[in-house]
Design a protein around this ligand. Structure first.
Ligand code: PEP
Length: 246
């Protein structure tokens, strides 16, 4: 089973129009990285421009969230269909910042995964325990429940991102052993639920990945790439992380 690795950058609420120069550096660096899929998920305001700038390069453009419905009276929201129309091929759903600051439940995330599928987009579904949950020895149980609740039995074409909440933006990371244990559990649950599809599903690690620790974290079994926050804002760091797959 060979799963093509994916390294995706989550720019969060960072970046103005001029940041297309960062994307252009990533596009240039991507030419030397044929073994890995690269994706940049900028703020929604930049998706259309980035999609044009990246066209034909192999660098994919993704979004950071979507509404569950296709259209309607939802002021300020953006549907998966609209993101697709703007040039995004994937959308991050259930990021811990959405779960924490916008109260997104597993059921809400599941509806967004369905929306992504309906629009013909890949959902990058985030799961991960808090520091308190890991401290209480509940990390595996929490992630298993999130995985169960955030997906439907007929979900297809999604990517999982394991992102321990306590590792996001903190500079702290789990040990490769802890990552291996969690990714093994996620793989087992996916195979149990989706059979062969579960074998093919990519499971990314996310949380304080940087060029110095990427080699150790991304070479762990069942780690099929990374979701990167802070380090994805600098083309050189993002490319250095993806360079693990050179
Ligand atoms: C993220 O928020 O998805 C993330 C992984 O952030 P960072 O790399 O900055 O920890």
């Amino acid at each position: 089973m060979t799963r093509r690795p994916l390294v995706a950058g989550n720019w969060k609420m960072n970046g103005f129009v001029a940041a297309v120069s960062v994307l252009e550096q990533i596009v240039a660096g991507a030419r030397a990285l044929s073994n890995v899929e690269l994706m940049v998920c900028p703020p929604a305001t930049l998706i259309a421009g980035f999609a044009v700038a990246a066209r034909g390069s192999g660098v994919l453009i993704g979004a950071q969230d979507c509404h569950a419905l296709a259209l309607g009276a939802h002021t300020g929201d953006i549907s998966a269909e609209m993101l697709k129309d703007a040039g995004a091929v994937a959308v991050i759903v259930g990021h811990s910042e959405r779960r924490q600051y916008h109260g997104e439940t597993d059921a809400a995330v599941r509806a967004k995964v369905l929306a992504a599928g309906r629009a013909g987009m890949v959902a990058i579904v985030c799961v991960g325990e808090t520091g308190a949950e890991r401290g209480a020895g509940r990390a595996l149980e929490v992630v298993e429940l999130q995985l169960e609740g955030s997906l439907s039995d007929d979900s297809t074409g999604f990517v999982i991102a394991y992102e321990p909440v306590w590792a996001i933006g903190t500079g702290r990371t789990p040990t490769p052993g802890d990552v291996a244990e969690m990714h093994r559990l996620i793989r087992e649950r996916l195979v149990l639920r989706y059979g062969h599809g579960g074998e093919e599903t990519r499971i990314l690690y996310g949380g304080s990945v940087n060029p110095a620790n990427a080699g150790d974290l991304l070479r762990v079994e069942n780690v099929d790439g990374a979701l990167i926050g802070g380090a994805s804002l600098k083309a050189a760091e993002f490319l250095a992380i993806a360079g693990v797959y050179r």
